[in-house]
Ligand binder design. Sequence first.
Ligand code: NAD
Ligand code: TDX
Length: 331
Amino acid sequence: MRLLVTGGAGFIGSNFVHLTVRERPDVQVTVLDALTYAGDKTSLAPVADKVTLVEGDITDAELVDRLVGESDLVVHFAAESHNDNSLTNPWPFVHTNLIGTYTLLEAVRKHGVRFHHISTDEVYGDLELDDPAKFTADTPYNPSSPYSSTKAGSDLLVRAWARSFGIQATISNCSNNYGPYQHIEKFIPRQITNLIDGIKPRLYGKGENVRDWIHVEDHNSAVWTIIEKGQIGETYLIGADGEKNNLEVVEALLEAFGLAKDDFDHVKDRAGHDLRYAIDSSKLRDELGWEPKYTDFQSGLQATVDWYKANEAWWRPAKEATEAKYAAAGH
Ligand code: NAD
Ligand code: TDX
């Protein structure tokens, strides 16, 4: 099978490529990645001799047409992915997440190639803290940020291309991922690398916002399950029942570093900050038989801390610029 992975040099995409090379030696992997600030060739170094990396943009119609035409399956991870960045400069989000997805869909339609679209639970907006409800595939779309609204738009493009043009597509909407190779602008690796540097973790607002954490390996095993067993045209929500508020995550990290649980700073809150995400993944579990493996958050977190400690050469070059960006935004 010839597989094209867009965004395969990013966090989840590179982990997906590692998993695929490890468990599916019959799959020939090509990565299409623009190597933006969030993409890193070295994330693919352990599998470099087994993967073809094409440095290019998903909005480049000619390149996308050629690569899709040479593939049997496209898994589309490439995106601008960070909410805070979308609040300071939304344009790259509109460009990559909307025009990039459109460009891929046109090539998929022309060549009749199977397409899996990677999306987020943030398309559903947020839930109240005391709401027993969780997001399902029937929850109405109600995105809050430029990031989540462009992801919502990209999902709707996929649905329209499936219905109007009959493309062979599935969609997955996953909750917050953690694990190795995550850019240090994101919450967990930002705090881990701060702690390594002797800087206190930085909590937005009161820290009461809830995220539904899933290990990146579990997200990616679910993606393969959907590719192999999912029904064309369907949307599957991916989650591992990992709800925690941000304060609890910071306390767990402080514990992993042997520090007092109040040794953090409160900083300016995010504009439009979604309160709570929670995924009901019963459709994926009951219909396709998927289950997560990393169900103990504290040990998954400890393994992630150990990875950042052992791989300083991977993240160090980005640390100063990332913190300068946060300082300018008051976070
Ligand atoms: P990331 O920012 O770590 O990686 C994105 C990758 O896409 C980078 O390698 C980047 O270079 C590449 N890219 C960006 N613009 C591109 C373009 N125009 N052309 C080609 N490549 C381009 O993101 P991530 O956290 O790995 O997220 C991957 C996908 O998963 C995204 O679609 C995101 O919306 C979705 N998602 C992420 C999470 C999460 O918790 N991180 C949760 C649910 C869904
Ligand atoms: O320094 C911080 N302090 C803090 O309290 C940072 C960077 C974040 N936060 C809070 C904001 C959020 O409530 O932590 C939570 C997680 O923040 P992010 O890592 O920025 O993730 P989030 O905005 O929840 O979005 C993530 O999950 C869904 C991914 O970045 C998205 O790509 C994905 O779609």
